[in-house]
Ligand binder design. Structure first.
Ligand code: CMP
Length: 143
């Protein structure tokens, strides 16, 4: 079954949006397979966003991600990568539709509350990075 990596960023955690965000994925029907609250260091954030290292906003993005705890999650279900991105909304909150997480809770592209994998391949890579020991199986035991 398809899985995706979802991260509630420091602004989402600080603003108390964790329950709201988890609720949206749960109510859609997706299954939560992994969840942890953690603060990552610069090297880890740079690895997660390695594909963006040439972008002018890269340093600011890394600084933002390490500024406080994040909630890292693995969600599972049919088409969860694409549908998860729809639930999250466009990267720039100015373009994300009302009813999406960013459309409802964000204004600034640099503080856009949540990250979701953009493809099945990147989801596999990100899940491997954030959950190196694997995630829960169907009966809740660690693999
Ligand atoms: P995310 O879905 O985590 O993927 C890459 C992140 O880079 C994105 O959300 C934004 O937080 C950030 N980002 C993308 N474009 C810009 C930009 N123009 N300025 C600042 N941050 C950006």
């Amino acid at each position: 079954m398809e899985q995706t990596f979802i991260m509630i960023k420091p602004d989402g955690v600080q603003r108390g949006l964790v329950g709201e965000i988890i609720g949206r994925f749960e109510k859609k029907g997706f299954s939560l397979k992994g969840l942890k609250l953690l603060t990552v260091d610069q090297a880890f954030a740079e690895k997660h966003y390695a594909d963006l290292s040439s972008k002018p906003f890269f340093n600011g993005l890394v600084e933002y991600i390490i500024s406080g705890p994040v909630v890292a999650m693995v969600w599972e279900g049919k088409n969860v990568v694409t549908t998860g991105r729809k639930i999250i909304g466009a990267t720039n909150p100015a373009e994300s539709a009302p009813g999406t997480i960013r459309g409802d809770f964000a204004i600034d592209i640099g503080r856009n509350v949540i990250h979701g994998s953009d493809a099945v391949e990147s989801a596999k890579k990100e899940i491997g990075l954030w959950f190196p020991d694997g995630v829960a199986n169907w009966c809740g035991l660690s693999q």
